[in-house]
Design a protein around this ligand. Structure first.
Ligand code: 1CP
Length: 352
């Protein structure tokens, strides 16, 4: 068994204190990130230059005593490799130059070969593993088929992704054709990241919670389960823990826990104790402080961390995190307050 407490917690093994990492830990709230991004010229260049992607991956590890690093990349690398043309403008969100609007667009898509078409990601994984010197484990990731389909159809972010939902409702067969090719792409991409050295894998289903219950089952959960099952037939991936994060989908925790994943990511709209009571016997849980807490005073941040850890209790299988990504307006000093509070309270609770 690994002695990294992050991997031990994912396996629901005992740990000396609760491990912690932060979604979007490398990002715009860090001045050193903004400097490297400026040097890269653009976000996409930053992602596509392994040395720079490695540099920003390591920035939060150098600054805070975190228990895991996450590959610096984006979920939209797969649509980009499929030919949709990704750009991310400063201050704006991501944009795909060629959104998928017709059956013919979708029928023409093929799954990228990770070591050919996404070689820069695999090279970044290999370089980061080398530079980390096994200090902390490296997390690889991808977007869920539903969440990627949302961007591929819409061409950009949206509050409702109404076009994607309309396609699912009007022409479910075409939507399934899209989800199928994306699910095959995600599986191959995650398996390749594991083979390149990623020690845990996470799937971000950021927009799963937009779906009504039946649609969630048909268009999101089904493909998450397929990915979890398919990874079992890949040598490096089958022993690599998989974390599923379906934001806004707390109604489906039991079904998500039945997919065969090692852990579920939680957003902040459910109490950790309640989530543990529902599925903590089957999977580890990761989360789930409201990112807005990082705007509060240090004393309040520490109290909120303490309350969350106490709510989960001394049971095995907790990885502390935010319930969604750290926002660009956060003061890096407050992030330090949060991490230090997890260390102190996590040690007290676990007796380490
Ligand atoms: O540190 C880390 O967490 C690793 C880097 C990472 C990850 C895991 C980035 C860097 N993006 C992601 C995943 C990602 N990308 C998700 C899933 C997680 C989530 O819900 O936050 C999503 C939905 C995206 C799409 C995306 N790319 C957005 C959100 C847009 C929207 O619709 O709300 C944005 C802003 C991007 C660009 C991006 N990706 C990453 C960063 C740091 C940025 C900002 C780019 C910049 O420097 O301007």
């Amino acid at each position: 068994m690994s002695d990294h407490r992050f991997l031990r917690a994912l396996a629901r093994q005992p740990v000396d204190r609760t491990p912690v990492w932060i979604m979007r830990q490398a990002g715009r709230y860090l001045p050193e990130y903004r400097a490297t991004r400026a040097r890269a010229g653009s976000f996409v260049n930053l992602c596509k230059t392994p040395e720079l992607a490695c540099e920003v991956t390591l920035q939060p590890i150098a600054r805070y005593p975190l228990d895991a690093a996450i590959l610096f990349s984006d979920i939209l690398t797969i649509p980009d490799a499929m030919g949709l043309g990704l750009s991310v403008e400063e201050g704006a969100g991501p944009r795909l130059a060629k959104p998928m609007r017709t059956h013919a667009d979708i029928a023409a898509l093929t799954a990228p070969d990770p070591e050919m078409d996404l070689r820069y990601v695999m090279d970044a994984v290999r370089l980061i593993r080398r530079e980390l010197h096994d200090k902390v484990p490296l997390i690889g990731f991808a977007g869920s088929p539903w969440t990627l389909a949302c961007y591929m159809i819409e061409g950009q972010g949206s509050a409702s992704f109404a076009r994607a939902k309309a396609l699912a409702l009007d022409d479910p067969a075409t939507m399934h054709k899209l989800l199928d090719v994306v699910a095959r792409s995600v599986t191959a991409y995650l398996a390749a990241q594991a083979a390149a050295g990623a020690q845990a894998l996470m799937v971000f289903d950021t927009w799963g919670g937009l779906l009504a219950p039946d649609m969630f089952g048909e268009f999101s959960l089904h493909y998450l389960a397929r990915i979890a099952q398919s990874l079992q037939s890949h040598n490096a991936a089958k022993s690599t823990p998989l974390i599923l994060f379906s934001k806004g989908a707390n109604a489906h925790l039991e079904a998500l826990a039945d997919t065969g994943c090692a852990a579920l990511g939680l957003d902040w709209t459910i109490a950790l104790g309640e989530a543990r009571a529902r599925v903590g016997g089957r999977v580890a849980l990761q989360g789930n402080l409201d990112p807005a807490v990082l705007q509060a005073t240090p004393a309040v941040i520490a109290a909120e961390v303490e309350a969350a850890l106490a709510d989960f209790g001394a049971h095995p299988g907790h990885v502390f995190n935010l319930g969604h990504g750290v926002t660009p307006d956060v003061d890096p000093e407050r992030v330090k307050v949060m991490v230090d509070a997890v260390h102190a309270a996590g040690r007290r609770i676990r007796g380490g």
